[in-house]
Design a protein around this ligand. Structure first.
Ligand code: MEV
Length: 441
């Protein structure tokens, strides 16, 4: 049986499913049933989801939960989170309550600049190109006036266009680099459309000019694309309290603060730890980015490049203990949109926005940064006190029991059984088998 196919995207959804199950599944009826049980009964709603991407077969569920009690800049939020990892929402909610009692999160958007490039090759003299570029610069703005009209009404648009010489890294390689403000939209389509027009303008103007030789006129546009690295689309979330307020059951506030700071320092100097540390921050960030219909791959990519901006991959959070005060903060680039994309199409995304009071992009940056900081605080607090497995396995207990096929009654028993101990995977399985064996004997 051939597993290659031409024209797959032209098949109907039923035909695509038939092709997939008949090529890859021994029990085709079960394969089909698994896919179809996730179809929405509301055909129109299903069609909306089908049309988000090509070759949709069904929907893929993620739990959509909420973390209440997030006090951010004196407003209380209940934050929507879409994520499969069992302990993330619980940790966010716990950290939110902890900080609510200590003044909450303070957040600020530091800047909102986005960047895009036309990457091109030019075989000629740089000064000639630079003089020419400066002379025709206005034309880049003029030729994109119709594209930028709406954005300018929202105080966005192109804020700068420059020529960058990259010869020292790659012979004959240049860029048009442009800065953008994109108001409440993420701006990817807007930026890419502007950049493609810049490329057309550059080619046209060079062709019509008499300052270049015929050889110099043969520029090659390599590509026109926004950069997902947005170090100047930056948000800060911060918490602070007196060191005394950090005391735990077994540690003084001073002991906890010192150990916490040491944990941050480890993640600052040790990339192996920094990666896990930042992954924990992204647990809190991605879950809200997904719930609000934003591009989590873009947010992830920017965050990790930013974490490596010094030349070494480091912690995205920082901590300071000074004059009896503990301060803990996160600086993170975040390109988000609250208009366009899925925001008006996906009913759950619309729900998430209403839950958050319909924030603009800047407000959403601040909410999501607070969620990332909360998550990192929760992880480090657990790691430096009880150990991560206590909370993590407690949340994971139900997954293990579901895998074992436990009944509701058995699940209730296990919740009580592991109330005061870490539910290790092997302990759960052993106890479960022991119980089942006792029942059958
Ligand atoms: C697990 O998803 C995330 C943590 O590993 C983060 C951390 O170690 O800081 C708990």
């Amino acid at each position: 049986m051939s597993k290659a196919i031409k024209g797959f995207s032209k098949l109907t959804k039923e035909e695509k499913i038939d092709w997939v199950v008949s090529n890859y599944f021994s029990d085709q009826e079960t394969g089909k049933a698994v896919l179809k049980q996730y179809w929405n009964k509301d055909e129109k709603l299903q069609q909306v989801h089908d049309e988000f991407i090509e070759n949709t077969l069904t929907n893929y569920y993620l739990p959509f939960g909420v973390a209440p009690n997030f006090l951010i800049n004196d407003v209380i939020y209940t934050i929507p989170m879409a994520i499969e990892e069992s302990s993330v929402v619980a940790a966010a909610a716990k950290a939110a309550s902890f900080w609510m009692a200590r003044g909450g999160f303070k957040t600020e958007v530091i800047s909102t600049k986005k960047i895009g490039h036309v990457h091109f090759v030019y075989y000629g003299d740089y000064d000639t190109l630079l003089n020419f570029f400066n002379k025709i610069k206005d034309k880049f703005y003029r030729d994109t006036e119709s594209i930028t009209a709406n954005m300018r009404k929202r105080e966005g648009g192109i804020t700068d266009i420059m020529l960058i010489n990259k010869n020292y890294e790659e012979p004959n390689y240049y860029q048009i680099k442009a800065n953008f403000e994109t108001a409440d939209s993420m701006g990817a389509n807007f930026i890419n459309t502007c950049l493609e027009q810049f490329a057309e303008t550059l080619k046209r103007e060079i062709e019509a000019s008499d300052v270049f030789t015929e050889e110099e006129k043969q520029i090659q546009i390599i590509m026109c694309i926004l950069s997902n690295y947005t170090p100047e689309c930056l948000v800060r979330a911060e918490v602070n309290c007196s060191v005394d307020q950090l005391a735990t059951e077994n540690m003084t506030g001073e002991e906890f603060a010192q150990k916490f700071q040491r944990a941050i320092h480890v993640a600052t100097i040790e990339p192996y730890r920094a990666t896990t540390h930042n992954k924990g921050i992204m647990n809190g960030i991605d879950a809200v980015v997904i719930a609000t219909g934003n591009d989590f791959r873009a947010v992830e990519a920017a965050a990790h490049t930013y974490a490596a901006r010094s030349g070494q991959y480091r912690s995205l959070t920082q901590c300071e203990i000074k004059d009896g005060q503990f301060r803990f903060w996160l600086d993170i680039p975040m390109a988000l949109g609250t208009v366009g994309g899925l925001t008006t199409l996906h009913p759950m995304v619309k729900f998430a926005y209403e839950l958050l009071g319909n924030p603009g992009a800047k407000d959403l940056m601040m909410i999501i940064a607070a969620s990332g900081l909360a998550q990192n605080f929760g992880a480090l607090k657990a790691l430096t006190t009880t150990g991560i497995q206590q909370g993590h396995m407690k949340m994971h207990l139900l997954n293990v029991l579901n895998n074992l096929g436990a009944t509701d009654k058995e699940k209730d028993f296990f919740k009580i059984y592991f109330k005061d101990k870490v539910p290790r995977h092997s302990d759960i399985v052993n106890k479960f088998n022991e119980m089942r064996a006792a029942v059958t004997n």
